[in-house]
Design a protein around this ligand. Sequence first.
Ligand code: COA
Length: 227
Amino acid sequence: MPEIHVVQRDNRHLYQNYFDPYFRLRHDIYVKQRKWMALDRPDGREIDQFDTEDTVYLFCLDGGQLIGAMRAVPTLSPTLMSDIFPYLSIRGPIHRHDVYELSRVFVIPERRGEHAGPRIEMLLLTAIMEYGISIGLTGFSIVLESWWLPRFERCGWKAHPLGLPQMIDGMSVLAVLVDCDEATWKSLCRQIGLTSPTLTWHGLTRVNRQILPDISLLHSPTVQPAR
Ligand code: COA
C-alpha cells in the first residue's frame, strides 16, 4: 500500500533526497506535459515562491518511489490566490489561520486512473483532509481548473466557489473554499476502504498535530467500508 508522508519544516531533513526528484517531476508534469510554460526554469526543476519553509508537502511513496504529491501553504503566508490570482475571489484572497491553500497535486502518469491499483489521487484527497483535521483546519482554498468540480462532487469534497470562472491561458480557472471536516474525511475513508488514519508523521511530534482524528466511527458496525 502506498504511504502518504507529511513533510514540513521540522522533518524536511529526513526527506532531503526526495526534493530534487520531486521538483524535477513537477517540471516534467507541469511544464513538459501540461505545457504551463510560465513555470519553466532552465535547471529542469519547477520551484516557485510558494515553496518555502512554511509549505507542507504530502509525499506519496510506494516502495521508496515518489508516485504522487500535493502541497499546502498556510493562507497567512503569500499564496497563489493572494499574489497571482486575487481577482478570482470576489471578497478578496483568504488569509485565515484555519485555512491552507492546496496546489500542485499530481500523480505520476503510470499510476493514474482506475487500472493502476489503489487510486492515488483519492488517497491524496483523503490524506490532506486527515492532515487538515489533525492540525485544526476548517478549510482549504484552491485555485483550480473547473474540471475538478464534478470530481470533487463525486468524492464528497464540498467546494464553495469564491468567484466566477475566468479563462486563463486557455483554461477555465476559479477559486474555491473546500470544507475540511471529519464527516468528509470519514466518507472518503469509506470510499477507499481505509479503516484507520493513513498519514505517516515520520520525525514529527504531537506538537505538529494537535488533534487526532476520531476514527471510532470507521469501526462502527453501522458504517460499511466501500468495496
Ligand atoms: N483536463 C481535464 N480533465 C482532466 C485533466 C485535465 N488536464 N486531468 C485529469 N482530468 C480528468 C478527466 O476527467 C480524466 O478522465 P479521462 O481519463 O476520461 O479524460 C480524469 O480526470 C482522470 O484523470 P487521470 O489522469 O486518468 O487520473 P487520476 O484521477 O488518477 O489523476 C490527476 C488525476 C489530476 C492527479 C492526474 O491527472 C495528474 O497528475 N495530472 C497532472 C497534474 C495536474 O494537472 N494536476 C492538477 C493541477 S495542480
